[in-house]
Design a protein around this ligand. Structure first.
Ligand code: SF4
Length: 284
């Protein structure tokens, strides 16, 4: 059996928390740069220029790219041949988040109880999604999520008869309702199929996909492109002040579903769509 020490997972997550909050990933940076060139509204271009400047200053001066450094969402794809040694994996992940947010001077945004609302003061616990996959590696994806955009996300339990037009309406409704509250330009993650919780998880995973990637399924790729065009015709624009750049990308993930249902989740993210991945190989 091959093994990975959980302390390696802690160390990597600590570094990833700091890196992802100070530097936007290249795929997102490229989409933002392209939008700044293509934006039709002068005010929209000005705002996109300010966002670019903000990212530059954050990178050079080691300042977080947004004051809301998010709740840490962690995806762990664990190879079935890997034995995790040296401690409890959940504690190891949370220790990485704790160290990253403390050493990186990142805002602590997590409350221990959703109604009593006392801050945990170290941004733990993370939201952790485990998946067992073939192989002898562990892939860690970290996607800290700001709640200006998270709060505007939706699940629609459509009926099969609603079809693809129903899906388009659901996505456009969520984006229209989000408006300026989601700090546009947005990235729109969509999950179609599965069950109530599966479609929400797929929408979150879709946000962590590279912003310049497309679905392998031809009709889904076409739907991503069509919805991006339609969203950018809504006129919400950068910061919600009007323009032709309301979204930078629409990423859709799909899964089989029940004969009686068509679940659709729309997880909206802002222009600070933070995501970073690392893969650890197990040793003999
Ligand atoms: S929605 Fe995004 S850009 Fe807006 S405050 Fe939250 S993290 Fe920052």
């Amino acid at each position: 059996m091959k093994h990975i020490q959980v302390s390696e997972i802690t160390r990597n997550i600590k570094e990833m928390c700091i890196e992802v909050n100070h530097k936007l990933s290249p795929d997102m940076q490229e989409r933002l740069n392209a939008a700044a060139q293509e934006e039709k509204s002068p005010l929209g271009r000005q705002i996109l220029g300010q966002l670019q400047e903000n990212l530059q200053i954050a990178h050079e001066d080691m300042i977080p790219i947004c004051q809301d450094t998010g709740m840490a969402v962690v995806f762990l794809d664990i190879g079935q041949e890997v034995h995790l040694e040296g401690g409890n994996i959940e504690e190891a992940v949370n220790e990485g988040v704790r160290q990253g947010y403390q050493e990186g001077y990142l805002r602590k945004s997590v409350v221990k109880d959703p109604l009593i609302r006392e801050n945990t003061k170290d941004n733990t616990p993370a939201v952790i999604h485990y998946q067992i996959v073939p192989g002898d590696q562990v892939k860690i994806t970290l996607a800290p999520k700001g709640f200006g955009s998270e709060n505007m996300s939706r699940v629609f339990m459509l009926k099969p008869a609603d079809g693809i037009e129903g899906v388009k309406n659901a996505v456009l409704t969520a984006v229209r309702d989000a408006g300026p509250n989601a700090c546009p330009p947005m990235v729109v993650g969509v999950g179609i199929g599965g069950t109530f919780e599966k479609c929400a998880l797929m929408a979150k995973q879709a946000l962590a996909r590279p912003a310049d990637s497309h679905s392998d399924i031809p009709y889904v790729k076409e739907l991503e492109e069509e919805l991006l065009k339609k969203i950018n015709c809504l006129g919400i624009g950068p910061a919600g002040l009007g323009g032709s750049t309301t979204a930078l990308a629409v990423n859709i993930n799909t899964y089989p579903t029940h004969i009686a249902g068509l679940p659709v989740a729309v997880n909206i993210c802002c222009h600070v769509n933070r995501h970073i991945s690392r893969t650890l190989s197990a040793a003999e």
